[in-house]
Design a protein. Sequence first.
Length: 131
Amino acid sequence: MKKRGILNAQLSGLIAALGHMDTFMIGDAGMPIPKGVPIVDLALCAGVPTFAQTLDAVLDEAQVEHYTIAEEIAEKNPELLAYIEEKLPGVSCDRIPHTELKAMSANCRFAIRTGEFSPYPNIILRAGVVF
């Protein structure tokens, strides 16, 4: 039995299979995921797990070189934006309209659904390399 890190077998395997430049998404409970994109559904109830808890767990296991977020987060959820920027210092970022982020999610290797209920807590992460 695995005793630390991400215990969800599906998510652990998907992260382990990421290659350089692969993208994946962490989204809120209501984020529509396009057909064909595998979903790791972690949502238990409203707020469980949070976006921040999920991001923390993922960043402990995955190397990220770039991320994309909805530009609307700056106005609608500045606290979460500050948290993301704190967790990904020096990592390049694109801010695009939320409608474009949803369209971009169709190219993700997988999506993680959280129980988050706050505005615009959706992020597309691009895998980096550790060397």
